[in-house]
Design a protein around this ligand. Structure first.
Ligand code: FES
Length: 147
């Protein structure tokens, strides 16, 4: 991946995403390995991880449900969607269901303001949601996750 970028540092975010998809989260070992390969310090790597909500140093469920509650989504029901998810899965913010299937996470703007309220599940965006629409979508993930 390093050869695709003008500097090694530029490969950091793509390699973090790749590693996270492979391992499930960015462990201490992953961070040390990427810092070594990209000629960065571990602190450099951790600073970048802390900036992006899609990167995590803690294990998450198979499906990470990121519910936006920033202004556009808040005005169109984002907080209700977050409450709905927490209630449905009986978890707190950033909590994971006991079966490891779902994590629910409140996030800031995910770039879907024009179609608020928006939710991102792993790499998939879902917009113009209501609790009922979201339930139908989550049912599909659950079905897919148990096959
Ligand atoms: S405010 Fe929710 S996607 Fe921008």
């Amino acid at each position: 991946m390093i050869t695709h970028y003008p500097t090694k540092r530029s490969a950091l975010v793509p390699t973090l995403l790749y590693a996270q998809d492979e391992v499930g989260f960015l462990s201490d070992e992953v961070i040390a390995e990427l810092a070594h390969r990209l000629d960065l310090t571990e602190l450099d790597v951790r600073n970048v991880i802390s900036y992006y909500s899609m990167l995590t140093t803690k294990p998450r469920g198979k499906y990470n449900i990121q519910v936006c509650t920033n202004i556009a989504c808040m005005l169109r029901g984002g907080e209700e969607l977050l409450d709905h998810c927490k209630k449905r899965f009986q978890v707190k913010n950033k909590g994971t269901t006991p079966d490891g299937m779902f994590t629910v996470e409140e996030v800031e703007c995910i770039g879907g303001c024009s179609w608020a309220p928006a939710v991102q599940v792993n790499y998939d965006f879902h917009e113009n949601l209501t609790p009922e629409k979201l339930d139908a979508i989550l049912d599909q993930y659950k079905k897919k996750g148990t096959q």
